[in-house]
Ligand binder design. Structure first.
Ligand code: FES
Length: 112
């Protein structure tokens, strides 16, 4: 697992939010819902909608395009959708919020 700082503490908005950002060349969506931080992929697997205009309800991220929803705990789409999103672990540290990315064997070869 490679941990990347994705936002400083000063940049962190108050309250709940959905914010898409880029850190070290990786795009991801940082979310705070009911006081807990989550990190997900930025595009919706349904038809590629961008989660930047999305919102959260009942523990799920809702895509603003066709309102498909995805569990923030498991990444699974709601019943009947048959899809899922990638989730990344988050960690609040002294200097900001970090997200963890799995490192592939290929990444290890090339220093990722
Ligand atoms: S593109 Fe997200 S629900 Fe259709």
């Amino acid at each position: 697992m490679r941990w990347v700082r994705i936002m400083s503490k000063q940049e962190l908005p108050d309250g709940d939010f959905v914010r898409c950002l880029k850190a070290e060349g990786r795009k991801l969506c940082l979310i705070r819902h009911e006081g807990k931080l989550y990190a997900t992929q930025v595009t919706c697997p349904h038809a590629g909608g961008h989660f930047s205009g999305g919102w959260c309800e009942h523990g799920s991220l809702v895509c603003p395009i066709h309102r498909y929803s995805y569990s923030l705990e498991t990444g699974r789409g709601a019943e009947g959708q048959g899809d899922y999103i990638d989730l990344y672990p988050t960690d609040m540290r002294e200097d900001g919020v970090y997200a963890g990315f799995r490192v592939s064997w290929l990444g290890r070869l090339f220093g990722d």
